[in-house]
Design a protein around this ligand. Structure first.
Ligand SMILES: Nc1ncnc2c1ncn2[C@@H]1O[C@H](COP(=O)(O)OP(=O)(O)OP(=O)(O)O)[C@@H](O)[C@H]1O
Ligand SMILES: [Mg+2]
Length: 365
């Protein structure tokens, strides 16, 4: 099955600034696809090209198999919700939602019914006759969503629509958005730089970095199998340990940490050879801490002696900040149930280890 929305090799330059390059992405019908990435990484530029507000320097976009970029923006039938200030301040809530239907010269009866249906969808039926200034920020954004969906666009584009709201309101509308997405089945392209928001909302996430997409996948795929150090640091927390590779092949990597401690892991990356500097990535919850004992053999090969710097009780988990022999601070997160028998205290020497298969190896960034 071909994708519903196909973004193909988009490039956009402003004089000598390359805003995006080689951006390609297939989006399925009804999918909730999120663009996640730091400021300036090209998320909005990609979205605006799909919306028709900007023209790419190269590349093309297909919607349902048909070229989209030759269609004028107002004929694209694509809904759009921005970060803020999107409602017409001099129109009531109801008239704001009706606006795109009036532009399309729909009959009055149809407009009235549609406005009612849309306001019900965003749970704002009782606010129909109010002015936007009489609504909270979150309510205003819900009206903007209702307006964008009023004419049943096949695609809804949203550029950081919740970033101006406080945390509680943001989480409330995230739930609303999930429900609206499920009820309408609309295909959504959503921009955020908040990883938690991306994980909560998306079917898949495209991670942007410096004008390119570094990886596309479900939250679980990106977390469990990041393609780069950048993706690993952007989704969830990670420890990055510097390692000099001594052997890399046959599904195994051997190396030494800066203090000479030798390790082995199942991590493997074809771009690294003996003598290269690499980075081992291990998630905090994949590390275990125990009282220091003479570790040897396999255990020493996937572990490290450390000094405990801090211990924090987090309810369901314990967090340990520990220093490696080369004075790098790393994080360990363990279920709180392990606490009582550990005998681990601040300032004590301890041993941290992990499973060889839970390690990822990247070229040093
Ligand atoms: N009109 C413009 N003229 C010159 N450079 C621009 C213009 N618009 C965007 N850029 C540059 O293109 C790059 C990508 O910008 P874009 O707005 O797509 O980033 P973004 O990922 O949406 O960032 P943010 O999270 O801050 O909104 C940035 O380096 C930006 O400075
Ligand atoms: Mg942006």
């Amino acid at each position: 099955m071909t994708a519903f929305l196909q973004i193909q090799r988009l490039r956009k330059t402003y004089d000598d600034v390359v805003a995006i390059d080689q951006v390609s992405l297939d989006v399925r019908k009804g999918e909730f696809m999120t663009f996640l990435g730091p400021s300036g990484s090209g998320k909005s530029t990609t979205l605006y090209i799909v919306a028709g507000f900007q023209e790419p320097t190269e590349g093309r976009v297909l919607l349902d198999g048909k070229p989209l970029l030759s269609v004028t923006p107002n004929k694209r039938n694509i809904g759009m919700v921005f970060q803020r200030y999107t409602l017409f301040p001099h129109l009531t809530v109801g008239e704001n939602v009706a606006f795109p239907l009036r532009v399309r010269r729909r009959p009055d009866a149809e407009i009235k019914a549609k406005v009612e249906k849309m306001l019900k969808l965003v749970h704002l039926s009782e606010c129909r006759d109010r002015m936007p200034a009489q609504l909270s920020g979150g309510q205003q954004q819900r009206v903007a969503i209702a307006r964008a969906l009023a004419y049943d666009p096949p695609v809804l584009l949203m550029d950081e629509p919740l970033s101006a709201l406080d945390k509680k309101l943001r989480e409330e509308i995230q739930l609303e958005l999930r429900r609206i997405h499920q009820e309408t089945g609309v295909t959504i392209l959503y921009v955020t730089h908040d990883q938690e928001e991306a994980l909560r909302l998306s079917d898949r996430i495209a991670v942007f970095n410096k004008g390119r997409i570094e990886q596309v996948g479900t939250g679980e795929e990106l977390y469990g199998n990041p393609a780069s150090r950048f993706v690993a640091s952007f989704i969830g927390n990670s420890n990055f340990l510097p390692v000099r590779v001594t052997k890399n092949g046959g599904g195994q990597m051997n190396g030494v940490f800066p203090n000479g401690h030798e390790i082995a892991s199942d991590a493997f990356t074809p771009t690294l050879a003996a003598g290269d500097e690499g980075t081992l990535m291990i998630r905090p919850e994949q590390m275990r801490i125990s009282a220091l004992q003479g570790a040897s053999g396999a255990r020493a090969a996937s572990g490290l002696p450390v000094t405990v710097r801090d211990i924090t009780y987090l309810g369901d988990a314990m967090h340990y900040a520990v220093a490696t022999p080369w004075q790098q601070e790393i994080s360990i997160r363990m279920p709180a149930a392990h606490r009582h028998d550990s005998g681990i205290t601040i300032g004590a020497q301890a041993f941290v280890d992990w499973d060889a298969r839970d390690v990822r190896l990247f070229a040093q960034a």
